[in-house]
Design a protein around this ligand. Structure first.
Ligand SMILES: [Zn+2]
Length: 127
């Protein structure tokens, strides 16, 4: 299989993953709204549990949102013909790495280098 066929396969994977993430996020937000509308009439203890569930749902939905953004960025790079190239050194990222991490922007070496640089510093958002 040549690289462009492999990219087509990755595009399908990411598009499907994106669809599932958005769907999950939508149902989580529905749950969240339901929880929040119940919240007011509850006793304190139950209220605290609701708050906890609320935080968990919020975190999950935030993680899903970030993944959707990464997928969007990867699909955009694919459209622009830049997908699969390391944004630091410009070399082709091996297909095995792309299969495992379809929205990575860097080869393993540069990714590790970047993590070493960031460690100890204030984490920066990657987007
Ligand atoms: Zn690189």
């Amino acid at each position: 299989m040549d690289r462009s066929a492999q990219f087509d396969e990755l595009r399908r994977m990411m598009t499907e993953r994106r669809r599932v993430l958005l769907q999950t996020r939508e149902s989580q937000q529905g749950e969240l709204r339901a929880l929040q509308s119940q919240d007011r009439s509850r006793e304190y203890e139950e209220g605290a549990q609701v708050k906890l569930a609320d935080d968990v749902l919020t975190t999950r939905s935030e993680t899903a949102r970030r993944e959707v953004l990464l997928i969007d960025a990867a699909l955009r790079r694919m459209d622009e013909g830049e997908y699969g190239e390391c944004m630091d050194c410009g070399q082709e990222i091996p297909i095995e790495r792309l299969r495992a991490l379809p929205f990575t922007f860097r080869c393993q070496e540069d990714e590790e280098e970047r993590e070493r640089t960031l460690r100890g510093n204030v984490p920066r958002p990657s987007l």
